[in-house]
Design a protein around this ligand. Structure first.
Ligand SMILES: [Zn+2]
Length: 204
């Protein structure tokens, strides 16, 4: 199944795309592709947020900002955190949380002065992964922590869920378990950080 790239989505939600492409996206969404429906929702919310924030800015700026928000996949100056600096699954003494109805995994990532603390749990019944996390960033003043965006992406580069941290940098996410997910942390005024989630995200 053919999905759509960021150019297509940016045009689609702004209503500026080629007629044929827009019709193709609409037909695809009508078939109920869950990934693309989620992507459509995120793109649309990004567009709305950008519109609200840039009422006094020229339209070019809007496009630039939407792209900036989603540039974490293509930008060369993205910092990557491939491996956690702490993983409770590698700490036998701490791994005792695996009991009851959920399995929890605690992970800590560091990149470019930014620290991301993740606690992953998988619901036994739904199989969904829920993440409670916190971002701490030497380069971001406390007052700006809630201006960041945390996004979970599929292997194909589709955004499936996003969250805004609160002013303590705390955030929550819930999504379907699957292989090769990654998470991007985009804080205002710094390079985005991309975290490769453990493959065990599909089987905690
Ligand atoms: Zn799709």
């Amino acid at each position: 199944m053919q999905h759509f790239g960021e150019e297509a989505w940016a045009d689609f939600v702004r209503g500026t795309g080629a007629m044929a492409t827009s019709a193709e996206i609409e037909a695809h969404l009508a078939k109920g592709c869950a990934d693309c429906m989620a992507a459509n929702g995120i793109w649309d919310r990004l567009r709305m947020a950008a519109v609200q924030e840039s009422i006094y800015a020229p339209p070019d700026d809007l496009v630039r900002r939407i792209k900036l928000e989603l540039s974490t996949r293509s930008a060369e100056d993205v910092f990557k955190a491939e491996a956690p600096v702490f993983d409770s699954f590698r700490q036998p003494l701490v791994a005792g949380v695996r009991s009851g109805s959920v399995t929890a995994r605690q992970l800590l990532y560091e990149a470019d002065g930014l620290t991301v603390d993740l606690r992953l749990e998988q619901e036994r019944r739904s199989g969904k992964i829920s993440v409670v996390g916190q971002v701490l960033d030497k380069g971001t003043p406390r007052s700006a922590l809630n201006k960041g965006t945390i996004t979970v992406w599929t292997a194909r580069g589709l955004p499936i869920v996003e969250a805004k941290p609160n002013n303590q940098g705390e955030f929550q996410l819930e999504f379907e378990a699957q292989e090769n997910l990654h998470l991007s942390v985009a804080m205002r005024g710094r390079h985005p950080v991309r975290i490769v989630l453990p493959s065990a995200t599909s089987s905690l």
